[in-house]
Design a protein around this ligand. Structure first.
Ligand SMILES: Cc1cc2nc3c(=O)[nH]c(=O)nc-3n(C[C@H](O)[C@H](O)[C@H](O)COP(=O)(O)OP(=O)(O)OC[C@H]3O[C@@H](n4cnc5c(N)ncnc54)[C@H](O)[C@@H]3O)c2cc1C
Ligand code: FES
Length: 261
């Protein structure tokens, strides 16, 4: 562990978004100045001493969580409860301590004067929220977000749900072509589950549109040591394994060897 990146910070605020989603906020100006859209922290719940002693259960692994918001040192993490680690994070309250390693990885490249399509699925939403805040003053943006059901979707220009409980019914990539044509899109950013990103990459490739994806991957160390998160990146006949946690999580969609993932 790189101790220069390890910190403990008190939760300043916790917000409940739905049954499964919540946000944790910390305030730290130096960390705020260091973070960029697309970067993430490895986080772990360090419950208050009393809680920890009472429960005797603090998950050992750090979990990669994107920077959801970052303004003037007010840093937010939007989290979906899916397993043990995120369930432990969901129990944190204001005043409890969060362990953090980061910011990690390379963020999204930032452009100006573009007609941008943002495409997110499920828990791909948080990094694109921070990204659109950085892009909005200098670009035209249209944001499509999809999820399994109403509980998985959040404010955006266009919502898709697989069960049709809100917005348009189907998978979010189904509407990409229509919006690319309607808004004359010349740049795409996406984040979400792998099959969604692969479909989005196929569409951008067929239309020769520049596209940056933020890959989700299982991580062990989360800091570039174990190579457990490596993915094939490069030209079709000249690729190498790069680490999502170090060289990623953002890659040029055209360079991801989707056929080998
Ligand atoms: C770079 C990066 C940024 C991320 N940003 C966020 C974020 O901002 N907010 C957020 O809520 N989550 C984010 N995630 C996903 C988050 O890290 C996982 O949901 C979390 O590690 C699950 O840990 P757990 O102990 O709760 O569940 P586990 O017990 O580890 O897993 C529970 C279930 O979730 C599945 N799962 C776990 N991790 C992943 C994954 N990476 N991809 C697909 N399925 C998975 C498992 O197969 C299992 O079914 C991010 C992941 C990466 C790699
Ligand atoms: S998770 Fe260990 S190198 Fe990326």
């Amino acid at each position: 562990m790189n101790s220069s990146l390890y910190r403990q910070r008190a939760i300043q605020l916790r917000e409940e978004l739905s049954d499964d989603y919540f946000t944790l906020w910390i305030w730290d100006e130096a960390l705020g100045a260091a973070g960029k859209p697309g970067q993430f922290y490895n986080v772990r719940a360090l419950a208050s001493l009393k809680n920890a002693q009472n429960s005797g259960k603090i998950p050992k692994l750090f979990k990669p969580i994107s920077i959801f918001d970052n303004q003037g040192g007010r840093i937010g993490f939007m989290i979906k409860k899916v397993g043990e680690g995120t369930a432990a994070l969901s129990k944190l309250r204001a005043g409890d301590m969060l362990e953090l390693i980061g910011p990690n990885g390379n963020g999204f490249p930032i452009f100006r004067g573009k007609r941008i399509l943002l495409v997110s699925g499920g828990i791909g939403y948080p990094p694109l929220w921070y990204l659109q805040k950085e892009l909005i003053n200098h670009n035209q943006i249209y944001w499509m977000h999809g999820g399994a059901c109403q509980g998985d979707v959040f404010p955006s220009d266009e919502i898709w749900t697989e069960d049709g409980s809100i917005g348009r019914q189907g998978r979010v990539c189904s509407g990409m072509l229509e919006n690319i044509n309607k808004y004359d899109v010349d740049l795409i950013y996406s984040c979400g589950p792998l099959p969604m990103l692969a479909s989005a990459a196929e569409i951008s490739k067929s239309l020769n549109i520049e596209h940056y994806v933020s890959l989700e991957s299982y991580m062990a160390c989360g800091i570039g040591v174990c190579h457990g998160c490596a993915v094939p990146i490069g030209a079709k006949n000249d690729w190498e394994y790069l680490r999502v946690c170090k060289e990623g999580p953002v890659f040029n969609a055209e360079e991801v060897r989707w056929e080998l993932m």
